[in-house]
Ligand binder design. Structure first.
Ligand code: PMP
Length: 362
């Protein structure tokens, strides 16, 4: 197969968290818990499930390509023009679209060390050169990133907060950085966890869209809205930029169930509030529990915490697996001494902490 595109030589498949069913089959157990992929432990909104039920008889029909109803509702909620939105099969697909539209051979894409892995994969897939800025205190070092900008730079990815390190940039520093970036470099601010961020100094990058033409904001229905399995994410940017992305988008990339479920989920404020409450108390419980076990953690943000695993992440990960608790090893990020745990229900958090305590004591 040596005639495949050369970019493939640099790529390895993204390693997702182990699926629950697969682990249960392997271990011959039935009550495993998965706290490995930053999903919503409360599940989707009941309104989303009802909307899916209602849409089932229409599955023989193609979805509406531009997701018009979801687009209108979301635009109204965000206070943007509907033409400023693009929907994807997960925000992953928008990351890929951005790379296909703006990067490519001879072009450069800037990421941070420890950044969410999908950026570099998508950039390498289009044969762009990936420049990685060293992290500062596990987070984005904006000065180091700015130092990598040159005439070939086309995309700069910033996850805010960053998965898996939980670090996040405050309004003022992000604003200062944006002011320094030339127009030919797009700054993609990935806010996958925005709905779960409660600090008043957490910037909504949507506010930057008015001031900076080269900003793209990414959001998703996979996290706070509990619809990871349906794959629906979106990008927000100025209209001219979205219009370019739309040319490259597959015509039916967001399936009809995802569209109706996302629309219904948007309207379920009660479920979102319950999700936030569970997340807030879960983060606190996990932080307290990890501290009580004498462990060091990186900042807790979004719906996950990364912690130092004495004895090595791989061993602790496997020992937890044998107890039916799936967390995320971070070797692909060069953080092999760390593990990431997602907030679960109170019972799941408790079981994780209990199991981790047993593992560390054994
Ligand atoms: N960005 C970040 C920072 C993420 O953590 C994730 C999911 N792990 C994504 C994007 C992708 O989300 P989606 O399910 O919308 O593709």
């Amino acid at each position: 197969l040596e005639w495949a595109v050369p970019a493939l030589a640099q790529l390895r498949p993204y390693q997702p968290g182990k699926p629950l069913a697969e682990l249960e089959r392997e271990l011959g157990i039935r009550n495993a818990i998965k706290l490995a992929s930053n999903e919503n432990p409360l599940g989707p909104s009941p309104l989303a499930l009802a909307a899916i039920d209602q849409a089932l008889p229409s599955l023989a029909l193609y979805p509406e390509g531009g997701a018009p109803q979801l687009r209108a509702a979301l635009a109204a909620g965000l206070g943007v023009d509907p033409r400023q939105l693009i929907f994807g099969n997960g925000s992953d697909q928008i990351i890929e679209l951005l790379c296909r539209c703006f990067a490519g051979p001879g072009k450069e894409v800037i990421v941070s060390q420890y950044a969410f892995a999908a950026y570099a994969i998508a950039a390498r897939a289009v044969a762009a050169t990936v420049r990685e800025a060293p992290a500062r205190a596990f987070g984005h070092d904006l000065d180091a990133m700015a130092g990598l900008i040159n005439g070939h730079t086309r995309l700069i990815f910033i996850a805010n907060p960053n998965n898996p390190t939980g670090t996040w940039l405050r309004t003022a520093e992000l604003e200062r950085f944006l002011a320094s970036v030339p127009a030919h470099a797009l700054v993609v601010i990935d806010e996958a966890y925005a709905e779960l961020m409660e600090d008043p100094d957490y910037p909504s990058a949507l506010d930057f869209l008015l001031r900076f033409e080269n900003v793209v904001v990414l959001r998703t229905f996979s996290k706070a809205y509990g619809l990871a399995g349906l794959r629906c994410g979106y990008g927000v940017a100025r209209m001219a930029l979205i219009e370019l992305l739309e040319r490259m988008r597959q015509p039916f990339n967001v399936n009809s169930l995802a569209q109706v479920a996302a629309l219904a989920a948007l309207g379920d404020h009660e479920h979102l509030a319950a999700t936030r409450d569970n997340n807030r108390s879960g983060l606190r419980a996990l932080q307290r529990g990890l501290l009580a076990l004498g462990l060091t953690t990186l900042p807790a943000a979004g719906n996950f915490i990364t912690f130092f695993a004495p004895g090595g992440g791989r061993q602790v990960y496997e020992a937890l697996l044998r107890r039916g608790v799936i967390v995320r090893p971070l070797e692909p990020y060069g953080l092999s001494e760390y593990l990431r745990v997602s907030v679960g229900t109170p019972e799941e958090n408790q079981r994780f902490l209990q199991s981790l305590g047993e593992v560390l004591a054994s």
